[in-house]
Design a protein around this ligand. Structure first.
Ligand code: PLP
Length: 400
């Protein structure tokens, strides 16, 4: 049986057209784009074309607003570090409780080592930002507010254009981690007050280890990687030319497939959700079901203990991801589900299925067949679950 890959928010398969576009840049087009001879000029042209593809995908006004980086993590780090360096009279940051560790662990580090005040804005039970707390935290002391475009675990989308306007009113920069949004939902920066945006190649069928940071023209930016004058002095180091060309091709293809993400891919996700909710009792969807990425399903099955869902799905040939921070060696539910106050006994049974244009109807059928007996089997083993459809009263969750 073919494996079913439903972990596209973790990473995507590199599109065959992307691989084909990259290959010459390992062989005959190996030149350094900074070189003055023909080898360099050819490659320089390809880098420029890639920059234009990204400009078009995110609706940037100028191609030089795109700075190539090694991925989402570097872009996130660079945006915050640059904002602090370029605005030394401001020493506060605003972010949310559900950001990726690329933001949250940097903020924790800055708080500890440099005494930067970090306002962590809470979310509600659907993962939506507490707008009042955000507004209250904004002040002329804030160097940058960084709020993600869409959450990687639940797909919940944040009103970043409005949040950016609010930040601008107090003179703070606004950055958004759009690693999960770019390629899945339309992004058009032209008419927004967003100053910086992070994206990553491997989330949109491009290669790993390449990404970009959009820096709006006029925003003071301080390079965080010191070296040569590459990327107009905003990121030192010889460019990853095969990666850049691959990212450019991936951006071009993402634009072509954008409609499919909103229709066919979304329909697959919706059929899976509906089917699972019908087949498995005591199950609910986490996140803001009215406003989320079209490819992401995070489903919590109550009264399951432990991490076994993923292992059993894997045995059935299905790759998904969990709501628990199992990679950290802890069995704690993820910081995102905890921030949403999802009850412990449900957060443990949370599973994320994330689709892409590679998925087909049969993938949904396979999960609909495999998942109900897995949940049934695990509930029989769980101390939280006592018999068919009944949970002990003390474990009955209350949802705000
Ligand atoms: N931000 C978000 C929301 C992500 O989902 C990820 C990757 O999982 C990253 C940042 C990090 O991106 P990269 O893997 O390119 O460093």
């Amino acid at each position: 049986m073919n494996p079913v890959y439903l972990d596209n928010n973790a990473t995507t398969r590199v599109d065959a057209e992307v691989v084909a576009a990259m290959l010459p840049f390992f062989t005959e087009q190996f030149g350094n784009p900074s070189s003055m001879h023909a080898f360099g000029a050819d490659v320089g042209g390809a880098v420029k074309a890639a920059r234009k593809s990204l400009q078009s995908l995110i609706g940037a006004e100028f191609d030089h607003e795109i700075v190539f980086t090694s991925g989402g993590t570097e872009s996130d780090n660079a945006s915050i570090l640059s904002a602090l360096e370029a605005n030394p009279d401001r020493d506060e940051i605003i972010t949310s409780s559900v950001e990726h560790p690329a933001i949250l662990s940097l903020c924790a580090h800055l708080e500890k080592t440099r005494g930067i005040k970090v306002h962590i804005i809470p979310v509600d039970a659907k993962g939506r930002l507490d707008r009042d707390a955000y507004s209250a935290a904004l002040s002329p002391k804030v160097a940058i507010a960084s709020i993600m475009w869409a959450n990687n675990e639940t797909g919940t989308i944040f009103p970043v254009a409005e949040l950016a306007e609010e930040a601008k009113a107090v003179g703070a920069l606004f950055h958004t981690d759009a690693v999960q949004a770019v390629g899945k939902v339309p992004v058009d920066l032209k008419s927004t007050a967003i100053d910086m945006l992070s994206l990553s190649g491997h989330k949109l069928h491009g290669p790993k280890g390449i990404g970009a940071l959009y820096v709006k023209r006029g925003v003071r930016f301080r390079s965080q990687i010191k070296g040569g004058q590459q990327e107009r002095g905003r990121r030192g180091g010889t460019e990853n030319t095969p990666g850049i060309v691959g990212l450019g091709k991936a951006a071009e293809l993402a634009a072509l497939h954008m409609e499919e993400e909103q229709t066919r891919v979304k329909a697959l996700r919706d059929r899976l959700e509906k089917g699972l909710l019908q087949r498995i009792p005591n199950t609910f969807i986490t996140g803001d079901v009215d406003n989320r990425l079209p490819n992401t399903c995070n489903i919590a099955c109550e009264y399951i203990e432990g991490e076994a869902i993923l292992l059993l799905l894997n045995r059935a040939g299905i790759a998904a991801s969990s709501g628990s921070a199992c990679t950290s060696g802890s069995l704690e539910p993820s910081h995102v589900l905890r921030a949403m106050n999802i009850p412990y006994t449900a957060a443990h049974g949370a599973t994320r299925f994330s689709f892409s244009r590679d998925n087909v109807d049969e993938d949904v059928d396979r999960v609909l067949d495999a998942m109900p007996p897995i949940i049934e089997q695990l509930r029989q083993l769980s101390p939280f679950w006592q018999g068919a459809g009944e949970a002990p009263a003390e474990f009955k969750p209350v949802y705000a």
